[in-house]
Design a protein around this ligand. Structure first.
Ligand code: ATP
Ligand code: MG
Length: 176
């Protein structure tokens, strides 16, 4: 366990934000930490993301999806998306306060905030009052400036090249 946990943000348009957070989870689990990952704006029939299946293999890892089974854009966002995000946030708040985890990853929470599904003031408040030893990771494009100001580590993934641009679609085992 850490003496002091910090707040990390992985944002930007390049690939690797969610992957970076999963790498951190893997590392922490190896030291016996309890890890919770809440995936905002993601939902599926439980098996399409490899990490959801992997989650079952690590007793100290919990992964919860709080989103619909599709990619959310500003043009297709609906009431269900808001409900899911709220559910995810209630869970996150409780988990943060519980002091049960050493690492909490809020995957794509930046998107949920950018789409006004969550209030940045609520998130800031929960982060301010997190247990001292808890490390929290926020991922997703469009990280809010106030959260970036508050975090202790901010990395912006910068796309130099992406095979999507030559027609390579998301691949099992790599993107999901
Ligand atoms: P990953 O989950 O692979 O680490 P990410 O979390 O950085 O990616 P998101 O913003 O969550 O990326 O985007 C979701 C999907 O879009 C992922 O499948 C990702 O590989 C893909 N993607 C990320 N960056 C780009 C890009 N610059 N161009 C096209 N597709 C991208
Ligand atoms: Mg991601």
């Amino acid at each position: 366990m850490l003496e002091r946990g910090y707040i990390q943000i992985y944002t930007g348009d390049g690939k690797g934000k969610t992957t970076a957070s999963l790498g951190l989870a893997m590392r922490a689990l190896g030291h016996g930490w309890k890890v919770l990952i809440i995936q905002f704006t993601k939902g599926d029939s439980a098996t399409s993301y490899g990490e959801i299946v992997s989650g079952n293999m690590f007793p100290n890892l919990e992964i919860v999806q709080c989103g619909m089974d599709r990619v959310v854009y500003s043009h297709n966002v609906c009431l269900e998306d808001f409900k899911e995000a709220k559910k995810g946030w209630e869970l996150a708040k409780k988990a943060i306060q519980s002091n049960e985890y050493q690492l909490i990853i809020l995957d794509e929470i930046n998107i949920a905030i950018a789409m006004n599904m969550l209030k940045v003031s609520d998130v800031k408040d929960a982060l301010l009052h997190k247990p001292e030893t808890l490390e929290i990771v926020l991922t997703g494009r469009y990280a809010h400036p106030e959260l970036k100001a508050m975090a202790h580590l901010v990395t912006e993934m910068k796309p130099i090249k992406h095979y999507f641009d030559i027609g390579v679609m998301a691949r099992q085992g790599i993107e999901y």
